[in-house]
Write a protein that binds this ligand. Structure first.
Ligand code: ASP
Length: 344
C-alpha cells in the first residue's frame, strides 16, 4: 500500500513574501492566500498536501510582538496532530526573534516548523520568494520511516536551512539575508537537498508537545557603547516591574570596570533580584566571563552568561523563562544551559 502524502500547514503572518504588485498602479498589496495554489502552480507538483491559514490582518514583521507569537503557537497547537509539518511565512525583519521565541514556546516539538520569507514579493519577476517557499515546504515534508525528519523550529532562506534560534538578519538587501554564525547549517539546497543529520536537534519524541504561552515582557536590552553615561544606564533600572536586563557587551563579554557601572549591576542583582544576562554584541563567538579582567567582576556579582546565544534568542528565552516560576538559582543554571540547541 502506498503511503499517503505528508500534510503541510502553511501559516501566513505577513511580510513582503505575501505581496503582489498591482501592475497598473505599481503598489504592493497583500496576496489572497486562498488562491495560493492557483497563483503558484509549481506547488501542485510537490509531494505533499498543502493547507493554508492566514492572520486575519497580515502584518509587517516590524509590528511583531509576543501576542502574535502566541497566535502562531496556538495555530500550531490546534493543528499539531493533523499535520506533519508547518511552514510559517513571516517578514524577514524580525523573523529570527519569532523563530527563537517559538523554539522555546514549543517544548518537545517533534515536527518541523520552518520559517521563511523573502526580500522581494512573490509577485515580483525577480522574486526569491518562490524558491524559499517551495524548498521550505519540501523541507517540512521530509520523512524518515514515515516520521518527520526535522523536529525543530528552523529558518530557510536563500538555499540554506538554519536552526531558527541561531539566526540573525544580517543584510537588508541581499537575498542571503540571514546568518547562523555559531552553529552549522542544518541543510543546503543545491542540485540535491543535503541534510546535515548530525546537526539536527534530537528531542525526546516520547514526550508530548507542551505549548508555553506565558511570556513575561518586563525585560530590557542595553547595548553598551564607549561613553555610555551613568544617567542613561541607571534609567533603565528604574523601569517599574522590570525583572531582567540583557546587556550587549563587547567581545567575549567585556564591559567597563568603572565603579558606578558595576555598583548599579551589583545592587540590582542582590537587592532587587533583577536577572542580568551578558550577551556579546559580536555576531559570532561567545561570552567568556572571567577571561579578561573587564568581565571577571560581572562573574563575581552573579551576572548570567548568555555564552554564544544570539540577542534574538536571548530575548525569547528570557520572556519564556520569566513566565515559568524558577527559583533564582535554578534560573541562572537553566539560562546558562542549552534548552533548544540555542547555545553550544
Ligand atoms: N518589512 C518586511 C517585514 O519584515 C520585510 C520583509 O518581509 O522581508 O515584514
Amino acid at each position: 500500500m502506498s503511503k499517503s502524502k505528508p500534510n503541510i500547514l502553511l501559516i501566513y503572518s505577513g511580510g513582503t513574501i505575501g505581496m503582489v504588485k498591482d501592475f497598473k498602479t505599481g503598489v504592493l498589496k497583500a496576496f489572497d492566500f486562498k488562491t495560493l495554489l492557483e497563483k503558484i502552480p509549481e506547488l501542485q507538483l510537490l509531494e505533499c498536501k498543502i493547507d493554508t491559514i492566514s492572520f486575519k490582518t497580515p502584518i509587517d514583521s516590524s509590528n511583531m510582538n509576543p501576542k502574535y507569537w502566541i497566535q502562531i503557537a496556538e495555530i500550531i497547537e490546534s493543528n499539531y496532530s493533523a499535520f506533519d509539518g508547518f511552514v510559517v511565512l513571516h517578514g524577514s525583519d524580525t523573523m529570527s526573534y519569532t523563530a527563537s521565541a517559538l523554539s522555546f514556546m514549543l517544548e518537545n516539538l517533534a515536527k518541523p516548523v520552518v520559517f521563511t520569507g523573502s526580500q522581494l514579493p512573490i509577485g515580483d519577476l525577480r522574486t526569491d520568494a518562490k524558491e524559499n517557499l517551495i524548498t521550505s515546504i519540501q523541507v517540512a515534508s521530509l520523512q524518515v520511516k514515515s516520521k518527520p525528519a526535522i523536529k525543530e523550529v528552523c529558518l530557510y532562506f536563500e538555499y540554506k536551512l538554519y536552526r531558527g534560534n541561531r539566526t540573525t538578519k544580517i543584510n537588508a538587501e541581499h537575498f542571503q539575508a540571514f546568518a547562523s554564525l555559531n552553529y552549522p547549517d542544518l541543510a543546503e539546497s543545491g542540485v540535491y537537498l543535503k541534510i546535515n543529520n548530525e546537526y539536527l536537534f534530537k528531542p525526546n519524541t516520547r514526550k508530548k508537545l507542551v505549548v508555553h504561552k506565558k511570556l513575561d515582557e518586563n525585560i530590557a536590552l542595553i547595548k553598551l557603547f564607549p561613553g555610555i553615561s551613568k544617567a542613561v544606564f541607571e534609567s533603565v533600572f528604574n523601569i517599574p516591574d522590570l525583572k531582567a536586563v540583557i546587556i550587549e557587551t563587547y567581545g567575549a563579554g567585556n564591559c567597563t570596570t568603572e565603579k558606578w557601572f558595576i555598583d548599579i549591576l551589583k545592587e540590582n542583582i542582590s537587592k532587587k533580584g533583577i536577572h542580568i544576562i551578558n550577551v556579546t554584541q559580536c555576531s559570532g563567538g561567545s561570552v567568556m566571563m572571567g577571561h579578561y579582567e573587564t568581565s571577571s567582576k560581572l562573574k563575581k556579582i552573579g551576572v548570567i552568561s548568555g555564552k554564544d546565544i544570539t540577542t534574538e534568542a536571548a530575548v525569547g528565552k528570557l520572556m519564556y523563562m520569566l513566565g515559568q516560576n524558577f527559583s533564582r538559582k535554578t534560573f541562572k543554571t537553566m539560562y546558562e544551559t542549552s534548552l533548544r540547541g540555542e547555545i553550544t
